[in-house]
Design a protein around this ligand. Sequence first.
Ligand code: LLP
Length: 413
Amino acid sequence: MTAFTYRNGTLCADAVPVSDIAAQVGTPFYVYSETRLRENYRAFYEPLANLKPLICYAIKACANTAVMRVLAEEGAGADVTSGGELERAIHAGVKPEKIIFSGVGKTPEEITAALKLGIHQINAESIPEMRAISAAAAALGVHAPLCLRVNPNVAAHTHYKIATGEMGTKFGIDAAQLEEAMGLAKSLPALDLKGFQVHIGSHLYDYNNFREAYGKLADMVRAWRERGYDLTRLDLGGGVGIPYDGQTQAPFSDYAAVVHGTVGNLGCELAFEPGRRLVGDAGALIARVVYDKRGAAKRFLILDAGMNDLIRPAMYEARHSIMPVKEASSDAVAADIVGPVCETSDLFGEAYLLPGVGQGDLVAIMQGGAYAAAMASTYNGRALVPEVMVSNSTFRVIRRRITVAEQIGWEEG
Ligand code: LLP
């Protein structure tokens, strides 16, 4: 089932007309489908089930605790990248033994907090970080369960700002330094090296990139086992894409086949860190057209949502699908769909056809579950918009609007 469909001519999230939500909470707002979140988790888990995967939701994609709770109920753990995300995951009821701590710049305080909780795994991305993890673990009298994030030097076909698997990016330990890192993992007594992690980028649609990276990882495991290392874990990161406007994506079963074919027979426990694939299409940003501006050269539909609410188009040239909330079949005059923020990059769709949509009407910007609310800001003095969770025929506000008055309060202590 898709989360967002027309029923009786109006766009619904599950069974709830989004116009009903708009009437109650005002616009703009984010809406998520609980049903879709659960379906996405199962669709990820099932083709990999025989490998007994640990699926740690990369909560950076959407860190709302209600979203996390739904996925945790399905069995997901969490991949966190800061002390703040760690706190959120614990608050949402994720068990420490299902938490992986990623990121290139974990501070000693964050590492200590994670070790005290007894999390499943810390991924180290550099030699100085390995030393910091060891020092924190030694001070607590524990062993740190460690994976080394390796940089496999694999190109990922995605936007250059979210490719992470090539030499020269800040991510992972380069092959040339692995010898030193492996020696250190053995010599520092508070480190308990379990295996390797790899994450070559986000929103990948060419699964051959994964094949190459996972293949290299499998070779590494074999080579280091021969040298006496007891490697029992592989963390395959995230990165599986979803279709945005006009895009297609190979079926998830193809990705699962890559996993099985490259690392399936190593006898390692496997972990995954999906973000976008679990939440991306489960959310939408609902906005209202403030003005239908007919310029001399172009028509603009100016929304009450802007790049501060959804920065992906401005930041990655992303194109999300846009749908009218009231279904219409009439011919449309193409318009640029823009926000109110004072930047030309505040543009959601170019020469877009939205039949039946004019001033005062509602529109839905789709694929709004991942890196959407999570990356929002208050730029241009704007409120942070509400988030709403729909469960079949009911909905609830899972984050209320954070008003400008409240924001002023932050500055005045
Ligand atoms: N694991 C690590 C170590 C990561 O850095 C990321 C994403 C993930 C997992 C989850 O990747 P996913 O499955 O969601 O592709 N803001 C950008 C995406 C940034 C991704 C950052 N790291 C966007 O809106 O496209």
